[in-house]
Design a protein around this ligand. Structure first.
Ligand code: GDP
Length: 216
């Protein structure tokens, strides 16, 4: 059987087909009261501001501007829901770790994320995006703690892998994997991506396709 990373050719193809479908903006929620009713399966993306989250969502869905990319970190304080084929919903969680954000904003952010992560049975996985150049930071550890406490399945996705050498990427992957092994709700595997070159995008699509398949 042929394979790409951990995925068979059939899974890579299924992932490609899944994301080649239509993707649309469903809704935005800035409070727990405005969360949409959970329909299908949700897969959420979290990460520090500027980690490349919007770019990754756009690369996954093959859309140039489904998620709004921005050079203004900390701007979006909303959960954004995108609907795709097979009732798959991608959830763009607001970025965190923006140093200049007011304390009240940080508190509001923490509460919203916390409320969303707890008791959202449609949520199959959170992908936590980590910049391949920087590795895990304190703010990432805090959300990892929250994910662990909520017992939400989660996995690391490295972003901007085009910005590091192969040796650096291997080293970073190893240290992040070692840190994740200590967290029981976390998948120790990670997926290395670049929205710029497209590296790892097929694997991430296949991983999400596999989740959908497992939950079907
Ligand atoms: P967000 O704040 O997490 O949504 O991040 P964005 O997607 O808006 O990206 C932040 C910045 O990183 C932008 O200048 C992007 O062009 C850049 N960026 C995003 N993904 C990549 C990538 O894979 N490679 C490189 N080199 N730059 C990227």
């Amino acid at each position: 059987m042929n394979a790409v990373g951990d995925f068979s050719d059939a899974e890579i193809e299924a992932g490609r087909r899944l994301f080649a479908g239509d993707w649309t903006f469903l809704s935005a929620a800035s409070s727990i009261a405005s969360l949409p009713r959970a329909g299908g399966l949700e897969v959420a993306f979290a990460g520090r501001s500027n980690v490349g989250k919007s770019s990754l969502i756009n690369a996954l869905t093959g859309r140039r501007a489904l998620a709004r990319t921005s050079n203004t970190p900390g701007r979006t304080q909303e959960l954004i829901f995108f609907g795709g084929p097979d009732r798959l919903v991608l959830v763009d969680l607001p970025g965190y770790g923006y140093a200049a954000a007011a304390k009240s904003k940080v508190t509001a952010w923490t509460r919203l994320i916390h409320d969303y992560l707890h008791g959202r049975s449609a949520l199959a996985r959170v992908y936590l995006l980590i910049d391949a150049r920087h590795g895990l930071k304190t703010a990432d550890e805090a959300i990892l703690d929250t994910l662990g406490r909520a017992a939400v399945s989660h996995e690391i996705v490295l972003t901007k892998c085009d910005q590091v050498s192969e040796a650096e990427l291997a080293e970073r992957s190893e240290s992040v994997t070692a840190a994740m092994r200590k967290r029981p709700a976390a998948f120790p595997d990670l997926i290395a991506t670049s929205a710029r070159t497209g590296a790892g995008i097929a694997q991430l699509r296949a991983a999400i396709g596999r989740l959908l398949h497992e939950r079907a």
